[in-house]
Design a protein around this ligand. Structure first.
Ligand code: MN
Length: 195
């Protein structure tokens, strides 16, 4: 059984204001993530997945069309707990390794924004670490997740409408900008690179 308490927020709901409202954090974490967890628990009960960890469930169901529901909910649990850990305040200076890898801070931001803004409908934008100073920025659709493709994510942004609509309505590009300028916990990203 998965439990929301296994994925605690590393900050209080109000800590991301004014850049992300407490209401957005509360509903996104407390209802959307909680629902993915509840759905996953129901779907895996009495199946071979019942005692597997999240990563094993995602890999096991990824290429099985009959298990699309299991994959979607498991991947959304992974994606959301990862996303909530990417957010923070006070560690927002882009590290040198990123400007080195992309040819500058503004080049990194432009590339990230361009991939994020190219997503049509629901999905995610990811920074993938390919070792040492090699990175790429990729988008996934719906619940799809880099760990199903043997890629190592170090940063993500949720592009589903529920992630930003209360704060930004239709202005998704402004949400992407605000994330890059004020909400990325770069210490978490660096820690991921070193794991
Ligand atoms: Mn979401």
């Amino acid at each position: 059984m998965f439990n929301l308490n296994d994925y605690p927020l590393p900050y209080r709901e109000t800590d991301l204001e004014p850049y992300m409202s407490a209401e957005t954090v509360r509903i996104h974490y407390g209802r959307h993530l909680a629902t993915y967890i509840a759905n996953l628990n129901k779907l895996i009960a009495n199946t071979k997945y019942a005692n597997m960890d999240l990563h094993e469930i995602i890999i096991g169901s990824a290429n099985n069309p009959g298990e699309q529901n299991i994959f979607n909910n498991a991947a959304q649990v992974y994606n959301h707990q990862f996303f909530f850990n990417c957010l923070g305040r006070g560690n927002n200076a882009i590290p040198d390794i990123m400007s080195d890898a992309f040819g500058g801070v503004s080049e990194f931001k432009e590339k990230f924004k361009s991939v994020a803004n190219s997503v049509f409908g629901s999905g995610w934008v990811w920074l993938i670490h390919n070792g040492e100073k090699k990175f790429e920025i990729v988008a996934t659709k719906n619940a799809d997740t880099p760990i199903a493709h043997n890629q190592k994510p170090v940063l993500t942004l949720d592009l589903w409408e529920h992630a930003y609509y209360l704060d930004w309505q239709n202005r998704r590009a402004d949400y992407v900008d605000r994330f890059l300028e004020s909400l990325v916990d770069w210490k978490f990203v660096i820690d991921n690179m070193n794991m």
